[in-house]
Design a protein around this ligand. Structure first.
Ligand SMILES: CC(C)(COP(=O)(O)OP(=O)(O)OC[C@H]1O[C@@H](n2cnc3c(N)ncnc32)[C@H](O)[C@@H]1OP(=O)(O)O)[C@@H](O)C(=O)NCCC(=O)NCCS
Length: 181
């Protein structure tokens, strides 16, 4: 299976070892770290450790972590991951876009493509994601990609010493197929 997923403006593809520097530069951002609970400062070793485990994860079909690359200048602008729960045949989406690239529709484009991969190539029954309830950009991305809000988990995450509500979104394969007709 080729893991190069194309959209109009983007290619989603597995990380290369040498991508660590770019990932470090993009992820080493206070705003991103606050939302995602990433270490800050985000060091090169964080990126290297993450990238090192990915080939095995992909090989075993456990996780599909992909870089989001712009086609026009071949630049990594973010990442998207589909984490597979094989027992329940579902996948969880996670993603971030570098701060300088927000607001261009890139996350929505990547999420749409990853959903298609999950349903059409992996034959998942469900794709789901969660977002901090106040993270409007992320909840809007999920809604634009057709996921529906299934509920709110109160004070489900502790970020910067504050408990945050989390919204859970999901899309079933049969709903996805129906919406595409
Ligand atoms: C969430 C994130 C991935 C969105 O990336 P993006 O490429 O800017 O997303 P898109 O441009 O596809 O869509 C964002 C939408 O949210 C809207 N939006 C952004 N900030 C908003 C706000 N504070 N209030 C309301 N709407 C907002 C944008 O207008 C856009 O909607 P539109 O296309 O209808 O105008 C990016 O902001 C990010 O990386 N955030 C930090 C990490 C994160 O939250 N990851 C997700 C964890 S669940």
């Amino acid at each position: 299976m080729s893991l190069k997923l194309k959209t109009d403006r983007l290619t989603l593809q597995p990380f290369q070892k040498e991508d660590a520097i770019r990932i470090k530069d993009l992820a080493n951002n206070k705003e991103l770290a606050t939302i995602l609970g990433l270490p800050h400062p985000y060091e090169l070793e964080h990126a290297e450790e993450w990238i090192a485990i990915q080939p095995e994860q992909i090989q075993e079909g456990l996780e599909y972590p992909l870089t989001i690359v712009t086609k026009n200048d071949n630049q990594i602008i973010g990442t998207i991951t589909l984490r597979i729960d094989k027992s329940n045949n579902k996948g969880e989406l996670g993603y971030w876009i570098g701060r300088d690239f927000w607001g261009n529709g890139f996350a929505t484009e990547a999420v749409n493509r990853m959903i298609e991969f999950g349903f059409n190539h992996l034959d998942l029954n469900k794709v789901w994601a969660s977002a901090i309830s106040r993270n409007k950009a992320s909840t809007i991305v999920l809604e634009k990609a057709g996921l529906q809000k299934e509920g709110r988990l109160k004070q489900n995450r502790l970020l910067q010493n504050k408990y945050k509500d989390v919204d859970v979104y999901g899309l079933l394969k049969n709903e996805y197929i129906r919406a595409k007709r």
